[in-house]
Design a protein around this ligand. Structure first.
Ligand code: VTB
Ligand code: MG
Ligand code: MG
Length: 322
C-alpha cells in the first residue's frame, strides 16, 4: 500500500464524524448513521485505491451504500480490502453519550476476515501481554497473566467490559478475582483498542460484541503491537452455515490475530464523534469552525498519529445536516 493512503483514510473518517456529529442528542440513530455513511461513501470516491468493501453496512439488498462487495476508490492505486463502521455507536449519538467514532480499516486485498454480522467472543490486550493470552483460558488465569505482563497488582488491573446481561457472570468473576471493572454502554472497538494505548489505563478487554467490529479492532491492535483473539458465536443454523461458507472448518474455532487480519500491512483510522476512551469528539467552536480528533496507524511502520483538524463547514456544504 502507498503510505499516503493512511492520511487519505483519515479524511474519510473525519467527513463521517463531521456529518454524524450534527445528529448528536437528537434521538435519531438511523439519521445519524445515514449521515455518516453518506459522507464516508462520497469521500471514498476521491481516494486513490482499488478497494472492495468486505465489512460494511450489510449486503447489497439491505444497504444502499458501503455494502459488502461494493468497489470504492479511483481504481488507481493498491488493491485493498475495506472494513467500515461509519458510525460505531449509533444509539450513543442519538442519546448524546460518550464513545462514538467513525472507523475504517484498510488492508491488502484478501487479508481481512470477511466476518458476517453476528456475535463474536473477543479478548484484547496491549503490547506487554501480546502472545501470552488465550481466549480459552479461564478469566482468572488471564488476569494473572496480564497483571504480570503489565507489571500491576491484580487489584490495580482494569478490565473493560460491555454492560450487557450476557456478561453478568464474567463481570462477577473479574470482581471476585479483585480487579477493577470498567463498564461501557456501547462501542467495543474503542474499548478493545484502549488496551493497547497505555495512557487509557485499560489493561484487558473481554466479552461478546459484533464480529464486524472485531475485525476492525484487530487491524488497530495489529498496528499497535497488541494482541487479540476471537471466536464467532453463530446462534442459528443459518449463521453456522455462513461461517462454514467463509472457509472455517469449525464455526466456533479460535481465531488468532493473524486469522482476523493476515498480512502485515493494515491501516486503521478513527475520528471521534463524541468523546471517549481514545479520542475527543467533534467540537463546534462557533461560527462555521469545527474541530475533529482522529487517530491513524499502520501496522507496517507502527506509526501512530493523532490528528486534530479545524474544518470550516461552510466550505464543506455537502457535510451539513439536511
Ligand atoms: C456490539 C458492539 C458494538 O453494538 O455490536 C453492540 O460490538 C451490539 O450489542 O460496538 P447488543 O446486541 O448487545 O446491543 C456496539 O456497542 C455499537 O455498535
Ligand atoms: Mg454502524
Ligand atoms: Mg458498530
Amino acid at each position: 500500500m502507498e503510505r499516503e493512503l493512511a492520511l487519505e483514510i483519515v479524511r474519510v473518517t473525519e467527513a463521517a464524524a463531521l456529518a454524524s456529529a450534527q445528529w448528536m442528542g437528537r434521538g435519531k440513530k438511523n439519521e445519524a448513521d445515514q449521515a455518516a455513511t453518506t459522507a464516508m461513501r462520497k469521500m471514498f470516491d476521491s481516494v486513490n485505491m482499488n478497494g472492495v468493501v468486505v465489512i460494511g453496512e450489510g449486503e447489497l439488498d439491505e444497504a444502499p451504500m458501503l455494502y459488502i462487495g461494493e468497489e470504492l476508490g479511483t481504481k488507481i492505486g493498491p488493491n485493498v480490502d475495506i472494513a467500515v463502521d461509519p458510525l460505531e455507536g449509533t444509539s450513543i449519538v442519538a442519546k448524546g453519550h460518550n464513545n462514538a467514532m467513525a472507523v475504517i480499516a484498510v488492508a491488502d486485498r484478501g487479508t481481512l476476515l470477511h466476518a458476517p454480522d453476528m456475535y463474536m467472543e473477543k479478548i484484547a490486550v496491549g503490547k506487554n501481554a501480546a502472545g501470552k493470552i488465550s481466549l480459552l483460558d479461564p478469566i482468572e488465569k488471564t488476569i494473572d497473566i496480564v497483571a504480570e505482563a503489565n507489571n500491576k497488582r491484580v487489584q490495580d488491573l482494569t478490565v473493560i467490559i460491555q454492560e450487557r446481561d450476557r456478561h453478568n457472570d464474567l463481570i462477577e468473576r473479574v470482581r471476585a478475582k479483585g480487579s477493577r471493572v470498567k463498564l461501557f454502554g456501547d462501542g467495543d472497538v474503542g474499548a478493545a483498542i484502549a488496551t493497547a494505548l497505555p495512557h487509557t489505563g485499560v489493561d484487558l478487554f473481554i466479552g461478546i460484541g459484533g464480529a464486524p467490529e472485531g475485525v476492525i479492532s484487530a487491524a488497530a491492535l495489529k498496528a499497535l503491537g497488541g494482541d487479540m483473539q476471537a471466536r464467532l458465536v453463530p446462534s442459528t443454523k443459518e449463521e453456522e452455515e455462513r461461517c462454514i461458507s467463509m472457509g472455517l472448518k469449525d464455526p466456533r474455532q479460535l481465531l488468532l490475530l493473524n486469522d482476523l487480519v493476515s498480512g502485515d500491512d493494515a491501516i486503521f483510522a478513527a475520528t471521534g464523534v463524541s468523546s471517549g476512551e481514545l479520542l475527543d469528539g467533534v467540537r463546534f467552536l462557533g461560527g462555521d469552525l469545527v474541530e475533529t480528533h482522529s487517530i491513524v496507524m499502520r501496522s507496517k511502520t507502527k506509526t501512530v498519529r493523532y490528528i486534530t483538524a479545524h474544518h470550516h463547514l461552510e466550505l464543506k456544504p455537502h457535510l451539513l445536516m439536511v
